[in-house]
Design a protein around this ligand. Structure first.
Ligand code: ADE
Ligand code: ZN
Length: 344
């Protein structure tokens, strides 16, 4: 009999909440530092960058790692390593956040003097994506992520760039907001979300990660189609009912929430409660290099900690495709494939 990890590996899965920069492990960071750097980083030096005490510290550490992505070559290698990791876990499709807001914030001068900075970075990401599809059979879509606690103008620039690049690059499927909800909610971005939707972009949003259910309501009210974290929805029964009736896709990230200290333990995470209530739950890793768990680990932990059976894990995998931004026919083809996986 195969182990649960082996079984999870062969289960077709989509990952919907994954930050490219959060997939960069310390060994990959060392590799990146060797691309044209005078003094490459040691593994110990790289590891120290991943230390954080709380959610605020995590956001800071994340930004520090992004600083190491100096140009197109670094982005291409980071994306390729990410794709190899996804293939190794049996992830067939991923919708990946790129922290475009951080790229512009980190290098305002370079950005002003070199209008090709972002197009060159994005072309490199596309090379990795196409190679991943060709060589590994993993498909990717991109979500341009803005930082909510930067300015609304900075978010506007990120979202409008996604809209402008979409016709040349159909792999750009959507936009999202990350960062610190305790500083800025969703309401200031209402008009920008409407504009993005009108441009054909799909709308995701981090909501209720460090804040209460009112932040989740606000995210829904500005038109967010998919919600990340949604940790506090259980505090508001009416909200839970709405999420249930509308079958709003929820991108849950249990290990992330425990590691950043916004949830006391995996046992305390609402994954099981939401699933049993019939919500449209998906499992995701968020920033696996920072939290020490891949999405395949999240499925295993759901089994070990919350007692998810193989049939229930299969349901989670099905939800991941159903909640994706893939065309209906592709979703259905993946769901049919899951149906043929043995071992319920
Ligand atoms: N950026 C990367 N990971 C994030 C998270 N978990 N919350 C908010 N912003 C993020
Ligand atoms: Zn996230």
């Amino acid at each position: 009999m195969e182990t649960i990890s082996e079984w999870i590996r062969q289960l077709p899965k989509a990952e919907l909440h994954l930050h490219l920069e959060g997939t960069i492990t310390p060994p990959t960071l060392v590799e990146l530092s060797m691309l044209g750097n005078a003094r490459p980083m040691t593994l110990t030096e790289a590891q120290t960058l991943y230390a954080y005490e709380d959610f605020t510290g995590f956001l800071q550490a994340f930004k520090t790692v992004v600083t190491e992505l100096r140009g197109p070559a670094e982005y291409e290698l980071a994306a390729w390593r990410m794709l190899q990791g996804l293939a190794a876990q049996g992830v067939c499709h991923a919708e990946v956040y790129i922290s475009v807001g951080v790229i512009f914030r980190l290098r305002p001068e370079e950005d002003k003097s070199n209008p090709d900075l972002f197009p060159d970075i994005f072309a490199a990401l596309e090379r990795a994506r196409l190679r991943g599809e060709r060589e590994l059979g993993v498909t990717l879509s991109w979500i341009f992520d803005a930082v909510r606690h930067f300015t609304v103008e900075e978010a506007a620039r990120v979202f409008r760039l996604a809209a402008a690049m979409r016709s040349a690059y159909p792999s750009i499927v959507g936009i999202g907001l990350g960062g610190d909800e305790r500083k800025t909610g969703s309401e200031p971005f209402r008009a920008l979300y409407e504009e993005a939707a009108a441009a054909g972009l799909r709308l995701t949003n981090h909501a209720g990660e460090t804040t209460g259910p009112e932040a989740i309501r606000e995210a829904l009210e500005i038109g967010s189609e998919r919600l990340g974290h949604v940790l506090s929805a259980g505090d508001d029964p009416m909200l839970l009912q709405e999420l249930l009736l509308r079958q709003v896709p929820l991108e849950l990230n249990p290990s992330s929430n425990v590691k950043t200290g916004v949830c006391p333990s995996l046992e305390a995470h609402p994954l099981r409660r939401y699933f049993d209530a019939g919500l449209m739950v998906t499992l995701n890793s968020d920033d696996p290099a920072f939290f020490g768990a891949t999405v395949a680990d999240e499925y295993r932990l759901a089994h070990e900690v919350h007692g998810f059976s193989r049939a229930e894990l299969r349901q989670l995998a099905e939800n991941s495709f159903r909640s994706s931004f893939l065309p209906e026919a592709e979703k259905q083809a993946w769901i049919d494939r899951i149906g043929s996986v043995a071992g319920a």
